[in-house]
Design a protein around this ligand. Sequence first.
Ligand SMILES: O=C(O)CCC(=O)C(=O)O
Length: 291
Amino acid sequence: MKDCLTLVNGHLTEQQKNAYWNDGYLFPIDVANETQAKNWRNSLEKIECDWLDNGLALPLNTYKRVNAQVVMPLACEIGLHEPILDAVEGILGPDVMLYSVEFLTKEAQTKHIVTMHQDLAYWGMGDMDNILTAWLALSPATSVSGCMDFVCGSHKNEILSHEDSFDEHNLLSRGQEIKVDVANSDKVAVELRPGAMSLHHGLTIHGSGPNQSDDRRIGVAIRYVSAKMRKAGGVKDYAISARGTFDDDSFTTYAPPSTLFSKNSMAKYEEIRTEQAKVMMAGAKKGSEIY
Ligand SMILES: O=C(O)CCC(=O)C(=O)O
């Protein structure tokens, strides 16, 4: 595993910012110590234990897998964690919104994978440079446990053609995969210790293999947009204000939830899910739900 990058007072250096724009990613960045990462993991696992069969309108996994920040205070706590925002600000600038928090778990010794894709292929974002993903490890992310692989410089492509597989072992909503073969030698393994994160551009080609380890591989993918972001076709979307200022032209903002799965936050979740599904599942041959 590579040593974590040295930041200056928690902020990215010019050299690190340049590396992000050149390569389409940056890692490993230390944003939480071992105890903090363990506490977050424990809180997530307690929710999984308490709420698995607890009468939620949708399967628990749906809430964890997309827009968890709408209904889970834990997701907001992670998404608004200052050291993460300090690094994100170095790329997106001072006005940052929290767009989505996604808990991406691969159970020990399972076949789940993420096929090579570009995030922006289906998100309907008009603007490619004003969105990024911070992916935080809550358990060791290694080549054995199914860490992500990035393709260096691939964000310099436009959105490439993708194909939907809807494979049951694919963690992605449509099982989408770029129609280009990526050689193993072009893949950079994004190995992270718990509490470290990577940043990646929305056009960076990436995916991940199965978890062949004896521990769960737990990651939190946090999507941020800058206040400059405008969605294609003037479509409005939803976000939580994280830092700085923004106008309401493109994103409707809403407050972080104060309690887990509250009635109000569940109604907001449904509203957002319905609106986003119209964009994300446009043209899909099967189904119209996001996850
Ligand atoms: O968690 C993974 O393995 C893949 C995550 C991913 O595709 C993403 O964060 O964009």
